[in-house]
Design a binder for this molecule. Structure first.
Ligand code: ASP
Ligand code: MG
Length: 456
């Protein structure tokens, strides 16, 4: 039995946190593979540094070295510290060379290469801390582990097939020898052998990719919260932790608001029915949230109500636009440039409306202005919108659910500006003005996620 255990930035962010992680790892009975993020703050620090090169170079090197060596000093004794420093200096040598490499800095994937450094060092410290506690361990980079990536800079996706054919060959021998591999999260390697990162927060995804490739029996994401919640506790003080949910529910929640998991973490484990647990590294006695492929036991109508704020609706009107799919395609193409995320689309005979982040509106309007003015009659923008995402198992196959949900919205005296239902059968998403959003969430949560009303 194999458990893949992922530790996030705060869970490896200080000597105390690292020691706690060691305790959690050693407590696990199964064979284990560990995947880590950079120490907290380090990825931001590297991004900032790389943006201000070459001026930032010297401070970047000194502070980066200090942070990691100080942590190691507090954890490792004598000989082990010497061994650590030998490998540390070797890795630091490559990092420094990269910072001075003019040609490399012109590569579009240079920032990927620099930001991958955080994980290379956190994994080294954690692996040595495990050795310090008497375990056998090895620090493996994504290069060493055969984790392959493809895609554009800073937005890589794992090549699951290639990883599945390589990673077991590289990792299994250690497990057979009782050695705990500690692997770098956040990036894989391209066909040319150079790093490509999976987007911010991507170590969760890395861990899921490793679990997939190794056919693990369990993936544990050790983070700094208790698990998925029935609502954001900052808005809803009586929100409760969700004990159990299925992959679809977790995927919707991760995508639309709850910042518990990187949204792409679900797919690699869902494909192989590998259960996933979200656990709090600061409260290891808590069971966390279990996510699996089975239907969860009969429960309240809603598992969770998530909220995404600061959105805008851009509505584009043009005569009979519904009969001109080519034009709709051109509009979408313009909007989606520069990786803009479109949260929802709805169409009528003469209008197409898009839900986007408020920060993107200005650039989208500038791009829409480059379309033929004859094509577009009117563009209307509604700012300060919020997307409410109501999630529940098999939600849409329950009769009367929409009526119940919208009657709660009416109670909050909110006007529904946009609806998306049916895109996923576990969620009903709709847009209301931000000024009403908290009330809507409170009423929905009170009635259908927590209250006595079973709503079935
Ligand atoms: N260290 C990376 C980041 O800060 C990846 C991660 O933490 O998951 O985005
Ligand atoms: Mg994270």
């Amino acid at each position: 039995m194999i458990t893949v255990m992922k530790f996030g930035g705060t869970s490896v962010g200080s000597p105390e946190a690292l020691q706690r992680a060691v305790g959690i790892i050693l407590n696990e009975k199964n064979d284990k593979i560990v995947v880590v993020s950079a120490m907290s703050g380090i990825t931001n620090f590297l991004i900032n540094g790389v943006e201000n090169l070459p001026e930032s170079r010297e401070t970047l090197i000194t502070e980066f070295e200090k942070k990691h060596v100080d942590a190691a000093h507090q954890l490792l004794k004598d000989e082990l510290m010497d061994d650590f420093m030998a490998e540390f200096d070797r890795r630091m040598g490559s990092f420094k060379a990269l910072l001075y490499d003019e040609a490399a800095s012109r590569d579009p994937y240079y920032i990927d290469n620099i930001t991958s450094q955080g994980e290379r060092f956190s994994s080294l410290i954690l692996s040595f801390a495990l050795k310090g506690s008497g375990a056998k361990s090895v620090a493996l980079t994504s290069e060493d582990s055969g984790i392959f990536a493809e895609g554009r800079p800073l937005m890589g996706s794992a090549n699951l097939q290639k990883t599945e054919s390589m990673a077991p060959l590289k990792i299994k021998p250690y497990i057979i020898d009782g050695v705990i591999p500690v692997i770098t999260g956040f990036y894989g390697i391209k066909n040319d052998g150079l790093p490509l990162t999976f987007g911010r927060g991507g170590s969760d995804y890395s861990a899921a990719v490793v679990a997939n490739a190794m056919n693990a029996d369990l993936l544990e994401i050790w983070t700094d919260v208790d698990g998925f919640m029935s609502a954001d506790p900052r808005i809803i003080p009586d929100a409760v932790k969700i004990d159990e949910m299925n992959f679809s529910e977790a995927a919707e929640l991760a995508y639309f608001g709850a910042k518990v998991l990187h949204p792409r973490t679900i797919e690699p484990v869902r494909m192989k029915h590998i259960p996933l647990k979200v656990r709090n590294a600061f409260k290891p006695e808590e069971p966390g949230t279990l996510i699996h492929h089975l239907q969860t036991p009969k429960s309240r109508m809603l598992k969770s109500v998530a909220l995404k704020t600061d959105l805008s609706i851009i509505a584009i009107s043009s005569a009979e636009i519904a009969f001109h799919p080519d034009m709709v395609a051109r509009i979408i193409e313009r909007i989606a440039e520069n990786e803009v995320v479109i949260y929802s689309i709805s169409t009528s005979l003469s209008t197409v409306a898009f839900l986007v982040h408020g920060n993107d509106v200005k650039s989208i309007l500038a791009r829409l202005n480059t379309l033929d003015p004859e094509d577009i009659e009117r563009i209307e923008v509604k700012n300060d919108m919020a997307l409410v995402c109501a999630v529940g198992d098999n939600l849409l196959s329950r009769c009367g659910v929409s009526a119940d949900i919208f009657s709660a919205v009416k109670e909050a005296r909110a006007n529904v500006e946009m609806i998306s239902e049916g895109a996923s059968d576990v969620s009903l998403n709709f847009v209301v003005p931000m000024s009403k959003a908290t009330d809507v969430v409170k009423i929905l949560h009170g009635k259908y996620a927590r209250g006595s009303d079973e709503g079935l």
